[in-house]
Design a protein around this ligand. Sequence first.
Ligand code: SAH
Length: 218
Amino acid sequence: MRTYEDSYRHKGLRKKLVDLLKEKGITDEKVLEAINNIPRHYFLDSAFDEIAYEDRAFPIAEGQTISQPYTVAFQTQLLQIKPFDKVLEIGTGSIYQASVLAELGATVYTIERQKKLFDKAKKFVLKSKYPSIKFFYGDGFEGLPTYGPFDKIIITAAAPIIPPKLIQQLKVGGKMVIPVNEGEQQRMLRLTKEENGQITEEAFEQFSFVPMLTGKNG
Ligand code: SAH
């Protein structure tokens, strides 16, 4: 049975990671504070304990990854989370991104298509700390029509297109942050639903995500 400990060493490494994220251009103090508060090594296999605070993506189960901290910080900053925001996340993965959103006070509805990853969420070590994360097994292209509309939507896998059903599930004034395929990499987009229902689009830098796939697996 694995034991979880957040030592002074881990805290020190985390502080250094936060400083690095600042250097790389993350300015939102609340996002930086959330990252500083969350023991990222809890989300990884214990073999990664020493390197969990490097600014890198790491493998988790089923050929999937925990996103790089910079990517998590960048997407979260673009979402402009306010306490009690209702957020839909596509791609639960390690639950790290969902935890950052919950730490900022959001209620998080997170969907995973890999059954094994979804099943792992039941044993999530910080479950009692973040009761505001709700887990769903399904296909993110469908979203969660019965729980919407959402204030914010975040996609944490490389999207081949902007899923039309997710646009429908966004509130007026709501924002969606989505990495959309552009050759080998993805362009990070922020979409805002205006009063008249029109979508405005802002484009940011490129990132590299695992693919957003259709249907459920398992
Ligand atoms: N947010 C995660 C990142 C995980 S990587 C974290 O913080 O760790 C992307 C995840 O998206 C993978 O777990 C993958 O299985 C999942 N995924 C890919 N396509 C999906 C889809 N259509 N619906 C739901 N999840 C999907």
